[in-house]
Design a protein. Structure first.
Length: 688
């Protein structure tokens, strides 16, 4: 029989294997075939079924576990179990793990873990191959986040992660199952898996603790498919990144009445509606990072409730930069600036026109805390933006405070005039001797209007020296006091007095000033009132004005004309010398005056008669002693005129102006007679 078996090839050097078929507790034919595949280096599929993996392992030398033919799911499972319990075949397990690691046989793992990942595998890989994750990702070129839908590799990593997290949740020492690069890679990958919490079954507490110990924070969580109990643990343990998506997710999942419509602009207030919630505690634990999220998502509009806004601004964990940005977006109004502890933020509050209530208390508080001698630019801009003053009456606690605020406002020339005036008119203070230089004229005028500057000799001299553009307005506003001062001191200035004659003060006040000056004052080219001009002509007459006075006589008022006429009569000789330039009305008044001699009148008459009207000449005739010529207009009279040169001149004038037809000398009577025009006579133009 043996010879036959050998000759026919049924028995060879593997005869000893054959003989095992006939012994109890020997290898089955299936297992024997697997062993032959190892020795023949003809690998079976990893899923090849073994009847007795332990016997196969025991019959396989350690060295063979470096061959790929030993890659068998059943064999691998038994070695993992043995490694964690009996540890009879640890060397063989290590050889197999080393072979897989060196050859990067990750497809073997994908097949082995198609349905589940055992804790034994995680433990053995962790102890023998803690760079497994890095090697796995690198070999299979896996991205930094799972795809949607998940690939076979993504599914494996998810299963691997759940098993690993469970073990870590049991024992923190198992964090060593991952080297640092693998840990960083896995944490980064899982944090981007929005669907990671979508599992049917797991030990929620252990997994959540593992997530926490591995320091995984999910960037996005798909709450709709997440395991509710696990999601709750993730929420309660802050195992997610604070971003607007996760915040909204947690509000939807765990806040019963959250106003999500206000989330963009009133994020903090929505969260603080449940101040004891895990979310509220989470944001307070990472408040600066949360503030960054809030600012990034608010679209530069924040409508948090005042109390919540104040809470954020008083939180020491938030950077000043972020607080300042928050304030710039704030549309909620804080009533009292003192509620914000850090006064370095007050400037930002005032810079936002809606962030702080415009009250006297806030203005005074800011000034006394942040300003020196004047309102600073921030306070000025804030007040000007409001456009009106607020009442300080109840907030100036002492005379010192009142004086300090008053002085500061006076010096704050950047305030709009309406506001500047509105604040200053609340005070009843005055500068007895004003000495503030370099104020704009419009601000000085407001101080003067409010009677803040007392008219004193000291104030007068200072304003003369520093505000020459305003001196006349200042004096005009205090003219009675000014007159009293210059009347009793050495403060009178002639040029200043002359300037005041053009100012808007009464004639009586101007005359009172003129009484202080005895020297001549010219009125030539001036527009003084009649009363002032007449006073000057009487008391301060400038003889050099004579010619201009008689030339512009008709421009003056009644009282001035009376004085000018008087001076013309007294200086009639000078009038006659420039008669051609003398005002016609003055000539008429001279001719009509009883104080001018007839000879002078005749000389004046002859000089102007040629251009005078008929009515003027006939008005003047009686005043030059020739009133009898008016009888020529009475047809019932036949006047005769003495034979003299003057009468012949008048008759010649009448004839030349065609008021009579002719005149003749009567030797009989030694008089002149005139012939009138008849009804049928034609008045022809005379030709020399």
């Amino acid at each position: 029989m043996l010879k036959y078996l050998v000759r026919e090839g049924f028995v060879d050097e593997t005869y000893s294997d054959y003989m095992t078929y006939f012994y109890e507790n020997s290898l089955t034919r299936t297992d024997k075939i697997f062993l032959r595949s190892i020795t023949d280096k003809k690998a079976k599929e990893p899923s090849y079924t073994l009847d007795n993996p332990q016997m196969v392992i025991s019959r396989t030398p350690v060295a063979y576990f470096e061959q790929e033919e030993t890659l068998n799911y059943a064999l691998f499972a038994y070695l993992l179990e043995d490694y964690s319990t009996n540890r009879a075949y640890v060397d063989k397990a290590k050889k197999l793990i080393r072979q897989i690691a060196e050859n990067k046989c990750f497809e073997f793992f994908l097949g082995y873990c198609e349905n589940a990942v055992s804790n034994n595998m995680i433990s053995v890989l962790g102890m023998e191959w803690n760079s497994f994750i890095v090697d796995f990702f690198t070999k299979l070129d896996i991205g930094n986040a799972p795809t949607d839908p998940k690939t076979k590799s993504d599914i494996f990593i998810t299963r691997y992660a759940y098993a690993l997290l469970t073990l870590i949740g049991e024992d923190q020492q198992r964090l060593a199952y991952l080297d640092e690069p693998s840990r960083e890679l896995l944490v980064s990958y899982l944090s981007k898996d929005a669907n990671f919490l979508a599992t049917d079954d797991c030990d929620d507490q252990k997994v959540a603790l593992g997530i926490k110990r591995l320091n995984i924070c999910f960037k996005i969580i798909n709450a709709e498919i997440a395991r509710p109990s696990l999601l709750k643990l993730v929420y309660e343990n802050n195992l997610y990144i604070l971003n607007i998506i996760n915040i909204e997710t947690m509000l939807k999942a765990f806040y019963s009445d959250a106003d999500l419509s206000a989330l963009q602009t009133a994020n903090y207030s929505v969260i603080m509606a449940q101040a004891d919630s895990p979310l509220a505690k989470y944001i307070h634990a990472t408040i600066d990072a949360y503030m960054g999220v809030l600012l990034a998502e608010c679209n530069e509009v924040i409508t948090d409730e005042p109390g919540n806004a104040i809470s954020l601004l008083n939180n020491a964990g938030i950077s000043t930069e972020k607080k300042t940005a928050y304030i710039s977006y704030l549309e909620t109004t804080i009533a009292d600036i003192r509620e914000v502890d850090d006064n370095d933020l007050w400037g930002a509050l005032l810079a936002n026109p809606t962030a702080i209530d415009y009250t006297a208390a806030n203005v005074i508080t800011y000034f006394t805390t942040k300003c020196a001698d004047v309102f600073d630019d921030v306070l000025v801009q804030y007040i000007n933006g409001k456009g009106n003053a607020v009442d300080f009456a109840d907030y100036l606690e002492s005379d010192e405070m009142q004086n300090n605020v008053f002085s500061a406002i006076v010096m704050t020339v950047a305030l709009d005039n309406s506001v500047y005036k509105g604040y200053l008119e609340q005070f009843k203070l005055q500068y007895p001797n004003f000495d503030i230089a370099n104020l704009p004229i419009d601000k000085l005028a407001i101080l003067d209007e409010l009677n803040i500057i007392e008219m004193s000799e000291g104030s007068l001299v200072f304003i003369r020296e520093n505000y020459d553009d305003y001196i006349y307005a200042f004096i005009a506003n205090h003219i009675s006091d000014y007159i009293a001062i210059v009347s009793t001191s050495g403060a009178f200035l002639r040029d200043e007095m002359l300037g005041l004659l053009d100012a808007k003060i009464s004639d009586d006040e101007k005359i009172s000033l003129l009484e202080l000056e005895k020297a001549p004052i010219s009125i030539n080219g001036k527009s003084y009132s009649d009363a002032v001009a007449a006073h000057i002509l009487r008391k301060n007459y400038a003889v050099d004005d004579f010619n201009s006075l008689i030339e512009d006589y008709s421009k003056y008022g009644t009282r001035s004309k009376s004085v000018i006429l008087e001076k013309a009569i007294n200086g009639i000789g000078n009038v006659l010398r420039i008669l051609s330039n003398v005002d016609r009305q003055l000539i008429s008044d001279l001719l009509l005056s009883d104080e001018v001699e007839v000879l002078s009148k005749k000389e004046i008459f002859k000089a102007i008669a040629i251009n005078a009207s008929e009515s003027e000449i006939k008005q003047w005739l009686p005043y030059v002693g020739s009133g009898d010529f008016l009888d020529l207009d009475d047809m019932n009279k036949k006047p005769r005129f003495e034979n003299n040169e003057w009468n012949e001149y008048i008759l010649g004038l009448y004839k030349a102006r065609k008021w009579i037809k002719d005149y003749n000398y009567s030797e009989e009577f030694d008089k002149f007679t005139a012939s009138r025009w008849g009804k049928n006579d034609s008045k022809k133009k005379l030709i020399d």
